[in-house]
Design a protein around this ligand. Structure first.
Ligand SMILES: [Zn+2]
Length: 159
């Protein structure tokens, strides 16, 4: 059985919430699914902007997505399943296998964002590896990373 509180999440914020109440940037457990053998898939929202206020550009979303993909592969190779952009352009969906600890996930997220600030290029931004390889900006991605890092103390305060 998954103990949401024991994993460091506010149990009241798991699941779908009224988007008018959401603060951001935040890190929020959206859902989890336990398989028959006890493996657990965790879906986590990495919300960057408050809903219905302002939106990440497709370039910002795309380049940050590439960094998240590279970063979670690097730091959680046994747990990382996928990361994708939210269609509303306010954040990202992260999917992990057997890693649902709020502090662990936030710590890795912080490492990835800090790595972004030191990066010299956007990962996988070549014509071989990306479906829109010209639509990238290291500088815009770093600006997003800086903004999210500045709000780190509030990441787990979702509402
Ligand atoms: Zn791409």
């Amino acid at each position: 059985m998954v103990n949401v509180k024991g994993l460091g999440w506010d149990a009241d914020t798991v699941g779908e919430l009224d988007h008018r109440l959401l603060k951001a940037p935040h890190v929020k457990l959206r859902s989890f699914s336990e398989g028959e053998k006890g493996d657990v898939v965790y879906c986590v929202d990495l919300r960057i902007n408050r809903p219905n206020t302002n939106y990440l550009s497709t370039t910002e979303l795309h380049s940050v997505e590439h960094f998240l993909l590279a970063g979670f592969r690097k730091y959680l190779p046994d747990n990382f399943l996928s990361v994708g952009i939210m269609g509303c352009q306010t954040g990202f969906y992260l999917v992990l296998l057997n890693e649902g600890n709020a502090q662990r996930i936030s710590g890795v997220y912080k490492n990835i964002l800090n790595d972004m600030l030191d990066a010299k290029e956007v990962p996988y931004a070549s014509i071989r590896e990306c479906g829109n390889y010209k639509n990238h900006s290291l500088e815009l991605a770093q600006n997003v990373a800086r903004k999210v890092l500045d709000a780190e103390s509030n990441w787990l305060h979702v509402v």
